[in-house]
Design a protein around this ligand. Structure first.
Ligand code: GLU
Length: 432
């Protein structure tokens, strides 16, 4: 079983989508189920509706899964397991107040040493613990031996006992901390491989420690994906619009192209343009680079254009707001100069919009409109154009400039004869 474990705390980041895609691909390759675990244990950070939004995005990208779980539904297990650890003296109640802990943290900062909990409550006598009315957290006892994380991408990473202190697993309000909930849930769901972002690497030894304390024997594999950098070489953050999957979709990037791009970066694919289903054939975590991937919007544009080319005319017409293959054909022609559905929609909208004719051509345009309104149907642009030429007596730019603007809404653009072929049935709507 694999899992994708998003927190419903904000817009889905492309880094998270990349994690979801990789989990999906590997689950298909290994013929194992994929579970979606909504990590909603941090009540203050949860945002209403984000879980639904995440699931909608997964559906849109064709990432199917066997079940959706909410981490908060497992609270009773987290509590029971914490009690078991307390009972076995692998965990202890900690009565240190947050003010006290803040003070200790500040002292460590002032003396430029890394803060570690000093185990003040690790071996309190039972009589001080039982019936103690003060609020307490539960901490797991720190490891005595180094913990080695074997990672598919990063190789072996060794964590010394001193890298990990006796950390909190249950808050005072009896809700689990992230590492505890995550580790226990991975165990309860029988996860075999965890693929997630590298910001979680330092959590991994803690999660292993928890399962070791519980005597869980199964080895869970790990793959931590390098972060994605922006143009300035900094981690893509909320401030980078392109980090939001929602933004990319609104800008007119196709899910298939975004997926293609996210699989491509920092990888060694056998070709540049592919679908997620094709990637299942050859994808390997072993080919993922250890170093961060750099996000390049121009590259994504290029890939998007190639995916738009692969759509048939009817599908493409739907993306630009029509249901007619002929408009899809027009959009295909405009792919010469546009690379997103949003750009295409704007081009097509110009064709149907009220036209802005420069003053010097206004009179010519008016005359041409009247002629077109009465003109018979012409299959070919040349015949249509010759007819207008004859009826109006205009030629050169006095004919072509207004005619192009009337038909296409712009002085520049693709070959008018090619576009005419697909819009000739709409002339009445176009030339109003
Ligand atoms: N909920 C975590 C996140 O969104 C992921 C945790 C994990 O994959 O283990 O970053």
């Amino acid at each position: 079983m694999l899992r994708f474990a998003p927190s419903p705390t904000g817009d889905m980041h492309i880094g998270n989508l990349r994690v979801a895609i990789f989990n999906y691909i590997v689950s298909k390759q290994r013929k194992e189920d994929l579970v979606i675990r909504i990590e909603d244990t941090d009540k203050d950070r949860n945002i209403e509706g984000k879980d639904k939004e995440i699931l909608d995005i997964l559906n849109l990208f064709g990432i199917d899964y066997s079940v959706v779980m909410y981490q908060s539904e497992n609270f009773r297990f987290h509590r029971a397991i914490a009690l078991q650890l307390l009972h076995e003296k692998k965990a202890f109640n900690c009565f240190c107040s947050s003010d006290w802990l803040d003070k200790k943290r500040q002292e460590a900062k002032d003396s430029k040493t890394a803060y570690r909990y000093d185990d003040a409550c690790a071996s309190l006598p039972d009589e001080l613990v039982i019936d103690n009315e003060n609020p307490f957290t539960v901490r797991i006892k720190k490891p005595l031996e180094p913990i080695i994380v074997k990672d598919h991408i990063k190789g072996e990473i060794k964590f010394e006992p001193n890298d990990i202190d006796s950390f909190i697993i249950m808050r005072q309000d009896k809700t689990p901390m992230y590492n505890f909930a995550c580790s226990v849930d991975d165990m309860l769901s029988d996860i075999s491989l965890v693929i997630r972002g590298e910001d979680h690497v330092s959590n991994t030894p803690k999660q292993i420690l928890i399962r070791e304390a519980l005597g869980y024997g199964k080895n869970i594999e790990y793959a931590h994906l390098p972060i994605i950098l922006n143009d300035d070489g900094k981690k893509m953050s909320k401030r980078d619009d392109a980090s939001s999957v929602k933004w990319l979709l609104e800008e007119g990037y196709l899910p298939s192209a975004i997926a293609n791009y996210l699989i491509l970066i920092g990888n060694k694919p056998p070709k540049e343009i592919f679908t997620m289903q094709e990637a299942i054939e050859w994808f390997s975590l072993d080919n993922i680079s250890k170093s961060p991937a750099r996000f390049d919007l121009n590259m994504l544009k290029h890939i998007n254009k190639e995916h738009l080319k692969m759509l048939d005319a009817k599908e493409l017409s739907r993306y630009v707001g029509f249901a007619d293959a002929q408009i899809g054909e027009v959009a295909k022609i405009y792919l010469e100069e546009a690379s997103t559905t949003k750009e295409l929609r704007a081009k097509i909208a110009l064709i149907f919009a009220q036209k802005n004719i420069p003053d010097e051509f206004k009179e010519y345009a008016q005359a041409i409109v009247e002629i077109i309104k009465k003109a018979p149907y012409f299959e070919e642009y040349d015949d249509f154009k010759n007819y207008i030429m004859q009826e109006s007596g205009f030629k050169g730019k006095n004919l072509f400039k207004p005619l192009r603007i009337l038909l296409m809404g712009s002085e520049h653009g693709p070959d008018i004869a090619a576009v005419y072929k697909h819009i000739k049935n709409y002339l009445g709507e176009i030339v109003k």
